[in-house]
Design a protein around this ligand. Structure first.
Ligand code: GLC
Ligand code: CA
Length: 556
C-alpha cells in the first residue's frame, strides 16, 4: 500500500532537555537563551524539528513536568521574550518547534489547585480528582509511579486527591468539560504564537473511568491503576475532541506519550487522522524490566532476541494502519549506548553508530535525544548525593530505607537505569564543565567530556556526530527510507539484526551486528548494490565485524 506523504513523516526530531542543554548566564541551569545560542549546531546536524521538554513556570519537583502556569516561562529558563526570540530563530533556520503538553496533571502550586483545595464547594474543586477515604485509608490501592500511594490526604477538607506521579503533581479531572476547555484554550494560545506541534505527556492516562482497587502483582506494595486509568474509551474521546477543537486548525506534528500495545497505537495514531500523528511506544524499554516487584530496577541486559521481536512487531503491525515513532531512549531512560550498546572505550563509537543505523533506517519519525548524537554515556554516579531525580529519592525511601532492598543492589540499579544518566549536562567542549556552564552545574558533568564532546566530534569526519548527520541526510534524500515498507530478515540470528525496506521495486538492506564478536553473515555480502553507509571503512568477506552496521541500496 502506498503511504500518503506528510512533512512530519519525513522529519527527524531532536529532543532538548533544557535544564541540561546549555546555560547562558552562569547559574548552572540550562536555559532558553542557551538553546538559541546552539541552534546552528542543530541545523548542522540536520534535524527538522526541536522538541523542548517543559519550560513553563514550575516549582521543579519533576524538572518542569509539574507546571504552575502554562502560559509563563520558568524563571530559571528565561522570559517570554527569550522564548519568542528562540522560536523566531528556530523558524529562521527552517526548523520547527514542538511543545511538551503536560495536561494529565499540574503542579499543586497551579492557581487551579490552590483554589481547588480551599473548600469542597470551590468553583475549581472539580478541576481535580477528590475522593473520600475508605475505612480511614486511601480511596483505592493505587501506587504512584514515583513510589508511595497515588492518593494524598488533604487535611483542609478531609478528602484525598489523586496524583499518579508525585504528591506535587495532582491529576486533572478531564471528565470536567471546563478543564478540557481551559486546556484547549491554552493550546490554541501557543499555536497562535507559532509553535509547530505537541508532544503529549502521559496522554494515555487522561481519561480516568473508575476508582476501584487494582490488581497487586506479586511482591508489590500497591495496586495497578491501569485497568481504570489507561487507554480508556474516554481518553480516545477527549483526543478526538482535542483534534476537532484545536489540532485540526493548524498544520502540526503530534506525538502522544502513550505506551501500550501495537493495537492501541493503531487507534491513537490511526491513518484516518482522527487522533494523533503517532505515539511513543514503551514496549522495548519495558520488556527489559524483570517483571519482579522491582520493575525496571534490575540487572536485565538488552538481548537481541527480545529487542528485535518487539521493534519488528511495531514495524510490521503498524503498516497500512498507523504511523510510527522510532527511538530507543529519551530523558526518562539511561543513555542509549550504555543500555543497548557497549560504552567501553573500545566499542563505544562503533556500537553508538550501529544503534543509530538500526533506528534511522526504520519506518517512522525518528527522535534523537540530546547528546546521543555524540555517543554520550551513563553517568555512573557512585553516591546517592550525586542524584537529583525525584524518582530516585522516592524509590530509595520505599525500598531501601524500609529495609526491603539492600543499598548496594539499589545503587547498582540506579547506575544502570536511572533517568539522571541521561540528564547530565550536554558535553560541548573540553573547557570547564564541558562548556555547559561557567557556574556550578545543577547536576554533575560526566568526567568523560574530555573524550566525548561536540567540538572535537565536529572536527573529526569519523565521529558519531558526522555519522548521525549522514543518516539524517539519507532520510532527507531517499524516499525509501521514509516511505518504504519494512520486511524483517534473519529473525533467528543470535547476533545480527537485519531487515529490508522496499519501495517501487528498490530495496534497502540493513545488517547490524549486535555483539562485540566477529560473526558470520554471508547474507550481507550476497546483496548486490551500492553501500550507502557503514561504521567500518572496509569489510571482511563473509562476516560482520564487532558492532558492524552496513546499509546497501539495490536498484531494480
Ligand atoms: C512523562 C515524562 C517524565 C515525567 C512524567 C510525569 O513520563 O516523560 O519525565 O516525569 O511524565 O509528568
Ligand atoms: Ca541559566
Amino acid at each position: 500500500m502506498q503511504e500518503t506523504r506528510a512533512w512530519w513523516k519525513e522529519a527527524v526530531v531532536y529532543e532538548v532537555y533544557p535544564r541540561s542543554f546549555a546555560d547562558s548566564n552562569g547559574d548552572g541551569i540550562g536555559d532558553l537563551n542557551g538553546i538559541t545560542e546552539h541552534l546552528d549546531y542543530l541545523k548542522t546536524l540536520g534535524v527538522d524539528v526541536i522538541w523542548i521538554t517543559p519550560f513553563f513556570a514550575s516549582p521543579n519537583t519533576d524538572n518542569g513536568y509539574d507546571i504552575s502556569d502554562y502560559q509563563a516561562i520558568m524563571k530559571e529558563f528565561g522570559t517570554m521574550e527569550d522564548f519568542d526570540r528562540m522560536l523566531s530563530e528556530i523558524h529562521k533556520r527552517g526548523m520547527k518547534m514542538v511543545l511538551d503538553l503536560v495536561v494529565n496533571h499540574t503542579s499543586d502550586e497551579h492557581a487551579w489547585f490552590i483554589e481547588s483545595r480551599k473548600s469542597k464547594d470551590n468553583p475549581y474543586r472539580d478541576y481535580y480528582i477528590w475522593k473520600d477515604g475508605k475505612d480511614g485509608q486511601a480511596p483505592t490501592n493505587w501506587g504512584s509511579r514515583f513510589s508511595g500511594s497515588a492518593w494524598a490526604y488533604d487535611e483542609g477538607t478531609g478528602q484525598y486527591y489523586l496524583h499518579l506521579f508525585s504528591t506535587k503533581q495532582p491529576d486533572l479531572n478531564w471528565a470536567n468539560p471546563k478543564v478540557r476547555d481551559e486546556v484547549y484554550r491554552m493550546m490554541t494560545w501557543w499555536c497562535e504564537k507559532g509553535i509547530d506541534g505537541f508532544r503529549m505527556d502521559v496522554i494515555s492516562s487522561i481519561g480516568k473511568e473508575r476508582y476501584e482497587d487494582g490488581p497487586v502483582a506479586s511482591g508489590r506494595i500497591y495496586g495497578n491503576d491501569a485497568p481504570f486509568c489507561k487507554h480508556t474509551e474516554s481518553t480516545h474521546r477527549y483526543l478526538r475532541e482535542m483534534r476537532e477543537k484545536v489540532l485540526s486548525h493548524y498544520d502540526l506534528i503530534t506525538v502522544g506519550e502513550a505506551g501500550g500495545t501495537v493495537e492501541q497505537a493503531c487507534r491513537y495514531a490511526s491513518s484516518d487522522g482522527s487522533e494523533l500523528n503517532m505515539i511513543f511506544s514503551f514496549e522495548h524499554n519495558d520488556a527489559l524490566n524483570d517483571h519482579t516487584a522491582m520493575g525496571k530496577w534490575s540487572d536485565h541486559g538488552a538481548p537481541l532476541g527480545e529487542v528485535r521481536e518487539i521493534l519488528n512487531r511495531w514495524q510490521t503491525q503498524t503498516a497500512g494502519k498507523a504511523w510510527n515513532s522510532v527511538y530507543l531512549t529519551n530523558h526518562d531512560q539511561p543513555r542509549q549506548v550504555s543500555r543497548y550498546g557497549n560504552d567501553s572505550p573500545l566499542f563505544r563509537e562503533r556500537s553508538a553508530k550501529m544503534l543509530a543505523t538500526l533506528i534511522h533506517m526504520m519506518r517512522g519519525t525518528v527522535y534523537v535525544y540530546q547528546g546521543e548524537e555524540l555517543g554520550m554515556t551513563n553517568a555512573y554516579f557512585t553516591k546517592l548525593s550525586q542524584y537529583r531525580d525525584v524518582e530516585v529519592f522516592g524509590t530509595w525511601e520505599q525500598w531501601v530505607e524500609s529495609g526491603r532492598v539492600n543499598p548496594e543492589d539499589m545503587m547498582r540499579w540506579f547506575e544502570r537505569i536511572s533517568r539522571d544518566n541521561a540528564r547530565t549536562p550536554m558535553q560541548w567542549n573540553r573547557n570547564k564543565n564541558a562548556g555547559f556552564t561557567d557556574g556550578t552545574p545543577w547536576i554533575e558533568v560526566n568526567p568523560n567530556y574530555l573524550q566525548i564532546n561536540a567540538e572535537d566530534e565536529m572536527q573529526d569526519p569519523d565521529s558519531v556526530f558526522h555519522y548521525y548527520q549522514k543518516l539524517i541526510e539519507l532520510r532527507h534524500t531517499m524516499d525509501i527510507v521514509v516511505y518504504g515498507s519494512f520486511v524483517p530478515m534473519l529473525e533467528e540470528s543470535e547476533a545480527v539484526y537485519a531487515y529490508r525496506r522496499e519501495l517501487d521495486g528498490n530495496t534497502l538492506s540493513v545488517f547490524c551486528n549486535w555483539t562485540e564478536r566477529t560473526v558470520d553473515c554471508p547474507e550481507a555480502d550476497a546483496v548486490p548494490g551500492r553501500e550507502l553507509i557503514s561504521n567500518y571503512a572496509t569489510h571482511k568477506p563473509g562476516v560482520l565485524l564487532p558492532y558492524e552496521a552496513r546499509v546497501i541500496f539495490t536498484e531494480s
